[in-house]
Design a protein around this ligand. Structure first.
Ligand code: FAD
Ligand code: SF4
Length: 331
């Protein structure tokens, strides 16, 4: 295992400056992804800066307007159990509860969760096979290899990996914002713009730069939040990443959809919003399964399955439909 030094951050400003000035330094929160990456030789920081002692970053605040502010150091289990999170945005609580295991959720932070790296086995398991994410310029073993769990949307010849976070899909569906602090101040990044598509630089998962510290995720008040649901399909029922997942939130009038928010996981390098389906679903009755199915299908015109994952195209549409119907049952 790559040796590293460990120190504790005293305050956010010093931590940010240290991260900006030292390319060999990494923040560590719960360590549940970073330490695995170091063991797999997919990351080799010389210095880890423990940010768990930074003040004001672990709170979960229910905002007076109906939104939420979730500190980057809040633990997944605490957020999932929070009464206001469950009441205002069940999709977020469920996205967390369907992830990992109880012990992992007790350690893992929200900031670390959305920063976690792909579970593509070629990226995680070996350093001999080509992987542009692990070693830029070497190629993509999954493109012509076993790609059953990989992307059907937005991939490039450089990388066909998917993003593994569940709660990120829920955040994307609700138009959350990532609050980031750097040397130049604080900025808010729309969740759907936080993660990147691979293009020709898949080594970059998101838009953060050195010296960027995630301090919180803010979820705006949303009428669709209360009737929302996260549905995850995986190869085994616990302790497994999504093959395909869907986050759905809906507002209705006399069972007709007045507005809907949909996102999918396990299908792209980032949480995938279904904006075409959201438009097509407006005015459709929740009781008309054929019309719902047809509207959802509009978002799949651009699906490009790989050799081993064509099944995801049909599976994903069924998952979105079931998630939407369950969310509708809560309206
Ligand atoms: C066996 C196993 C199964 C899992 N199953 C699932 C699953 O089903 N669904 C799911 O969503 N996840 C799953 N996970 C992933 C798990 O949720 C993540 O490992 C965890 O959320 C990461 O949080 P952490 O605090 O431990 O991050 P760390 O490991 O501490 O950090 C991860 C990365 O985030 C960076 N980072 C951390 N905090 C900040 C911050 N505030 N600002 C900027 N950068 C930061 C670190 O530098 C590092 O690069 C699983 C993990 C394991 C090991
Ligand atoms: S899909 Fe991406 S992460 Fe997987 S081997 Fe290809 S380049 Fe590497």
């Amino acid at each position: 295992m790559h040796p590293f030094g460990l120190s504790r951050a005293i305050d956010a400003s010093t931590a940010i400056v240290a991260h900006a000035d030292d390319p060999q330094l990494a923040f560590i929160a719960g360590g549940t992804d970073l330490l695995g990456l170091i063991k797999d030789r997919a990351a080799s920081p010389d210095r880890l800066l423990d940010i768990n002692g930074l003040r004001g970053m672990a709170q979960i605040e229910a905002l007076p307007d109906g939104g939420l502010r979730i500190g980057a150091l809040a633990r997944m289990s605490d957020v999932a159990a929070d009464v206001e999170v469950r009441r205002r945005f069940p999709v977020i609580a469920e996205g967390l509860l369907f992830a990992a295991s109880g012990q992992l959720r007790n350690m893992a932070s929200i900031g670390g969760n959305i920063m976690q790296r792909t579970r593509c086995p070629y990226f995680r398991d070996g350093d001999d096979l080509p992987c542009n994410k692990r070693r830029p310029g070497t190629g993509c073993a999954a493109l012509t290899g076993i790609n059953r769990t990989h992307a059907i949307f937005g991939w490039s010849d450089s990388c066909v990996a998917t993003h593994p976070s569940d709660v990120a899909v829920a955040f994307a569906s609700m138009d959350a914002n990532v609050i980031v602090r750097s040397r130049t101040g604080e900025r808010s990044i729309p969740f759907t713009q936080f993660h990147r598509l691979p293009g020709d630089s898949p080594e970059r998962d998101n838009v953060l730069e050195r010296g960027d510290l995630i301090v919180a995720v803010e979820v705006p008040a949303r009428i669709e939040g209360r009737s929302s649901h996260y549905l995850k399909i995986r190869d085994r029922q616990s302790y497994e990443f999504a093959l395909v997942s869907a986050a759905a939130g809906v507002a209705t009038s006399a069972r007709k959809i007045s507005s809907v928010r949909l996102a999918m996981g396990g299908v792209a390098h980032k949480p995938w919003r279904l904006t075409a389906a959201e438009s097509a679903l407006r005015g459709v009755s929740l009781d008309d399964a054929n019309a719902l199915r047809a509207a959802i299908a509009t978002a799949f015109a651009e699906a490009r399955p790989l050799a081993h994952n064509a099944f995801k195209v049909e599976l994903a549409q069924r998952v979105v439909l079931r998630a939407l119907e369950t969310a509708g049952g809560r309206a």
